[in-house]
Write a protein that binds this ligand. Structure first.
Ligand code: GDD
Ligand code: MN
Length: 393
């Protein structure tokens, strides 16, 4: 009886009491991918070449790339247990992919690196040693410390990067020379600490981590030279630039107002000028009825606001084709109700406050505010309803 109990069980349910498997990864390298099929073999081979002696794994996080990157990763993984895949569908975004890759890792040290071989993988062993020995939270592969460089960037890209880095000073307190870097390694406790509060909008995950952490992070920057992309093309475009601005807004004013309300209100302000211009044209210049002018101006301003919001405020939920028409109708309806609320509240306040001083102005502003909040609340739910899969670009 007792002998039977001591026999090691081979059934799947019983946990085995044997020694732990020693090849569990100490380092996970998270590699977000979108259309990088041509590069994943090379990345894996290079990791293999530089990480000798360190138990490692690579986690590709692919957003259902049309070029079949995920399939290629699965083929690699079939022959190499160190290769893993997180395959996301109906999602897009470098920052969110990086976070989900890091969360999928159980290793004590986690790095994030691009798939296109622009980041110098030979830095990884140094990053790991520095992270361990100096008891740091995070080590950054940096292009802007002595010995690092951006390589062959054209002047436009250099300027854009400088402007973005300068802007990061609005939210970043630490003296990080390359806060835009997409190449870094951290202790996994750090990601557990910040994961729930990250913005994960767009590309700038490192900056996001620094700003989200509630304490000063212990960090070090190690220099490397940014290489030119191996195969495929860059995904950094105007959308990414806009998402960066949204992220900065989120990190500064996001505590007080929903971030999208800021561009929404700003565009609304522009709409007032459009309205007045059209009214002036029709009523003042062409001498038509005021009602005609006012009606046309309202319609034009609403349409103007609809398209601008579709292009910027709700870029990630952008409506196209027939969706545009449906969206325009619901936007116009919602804003018409908003206008009724605006006038109603302003009129009520106007009649219930003293008839002197600037009370009329205050009443008007209150009406406008209520109208704007209403328009934002309703159109963000009905016109630009959130896609089921989260942030889609
Ligand atoms: N999963 C996923 N989803 N991956 C993405 C997405 C996405 O929506 N967009 C881009 N990627 C992957 C790419 O496949 C690549 O492996 C990596 O993220 C970087 O994308 P690139 O398109 O090559 O970006 P880049 O070279 O222009 O920008 C790099 O440099 C910037 C600093 O100048 C990146 O490292 C940025 O993080 C960095 O800020
Ligand atoms: Mn790149």
């Amino acid at each position: 009886m007792s002998a039977e109990r001591e026999t090691p069980s081979t059934s799947a349910e019983a946990p085995r009491q044997s020694a732990p498997v020693l090849s569990v990864p100490v380092l996970s390298v998270v590699v977000p991918t979108f259309n990088e099929r041509e590069n994943i073999g090379a990345v894996t081979a290079r990791l293999d070449a530089v990480l000798g002696g360190i138990p490692w794994e690579v986690i590709f996080v692919d957003d259902d790339s049309p070029d079949g990157t995920a399939r290629a990763v699965r083929e690699l993984a079939a022959a190499d247990a160190r290769v893993r895949l997180v395959h996301r569908v109906n999602r897009r975004g470098l920052a969110s992919a990086s976070v989900e890759g890091m969360l999928a890792s159980t290793a004590p040290y986690v790095a994030v690196m691009d798939a296109d071989l622009q980041h110098d993988e030979r830095l990884l062993p140094d990053m790991l040693a520095t992270l361990r020995e100096d008891a740091l939270d995070i080590v950054i592969g940096s292009r802007h410390v002595a010995g690092g460089s951006v390589g062959n960037w054209d002047s436009d890209r250099q300027l854009a990067s400088r402007v973005a880095t300068r802007l990061s000073g609005l939210v970043l307190k630490a003296d990080v020379k390359d806060p835009m870097s997409g190449f870094f390694m951290l202790r996994r406790e750090l990601i557990d600490e910040v994961a729930r509060d990250l913005s994960t909008i767009g590309f700038k995950i490192l900056l996001d981590i620094f700003v989200t952490a509630k304490r000063p992070l212990r960090f070090k920057e190690l220099p490397y030279r940014f290489r030119t992309r191996a195969a495929g093309e860059s995904k950094l475009d105007s959308v990414v630039a806009w998402q960066y601005i949204l992220m900065l807004l989120d990190k500064t004013l996001g505590r007080y107002v929903p971030i999208r309300f800021i561009p929404f209100a700003f565009i609304g302000g522009l709409g007032v000028f459009v309205h007045l211009a059209v009214l002036w044209l029709i009523f003042d210049l062409s001498g038509r009825d005021f009602v005609v002018g006012q009606t046309a101006a309202t319609l034009v301003a609403m349409t103007f606001n609809f398209f601008l919001n579709n292009m910027f405020t709700f870029r990630d939920r952008r409506l196209r084709g027939w969706g545009l028409l449906r969206g325009w109708v619901s936007f116009t309806l919602a804003c018409s109700l908003g206008a009724v609320a605006n006038v109603g509240i302003a009129t009520y306040l106007f009649h219930s406050t003293p008839q002197d001083g600037l009370w009329w102005l205050l009443s008007a502003v209150a009406g406008i505010l209520v109208g704007a909040v209403w328009n934002y609340a309703v159109t963000s739910v009905y016109t630009w309803s959130k896609p089921a899969g989260g942030l889609v670009r």
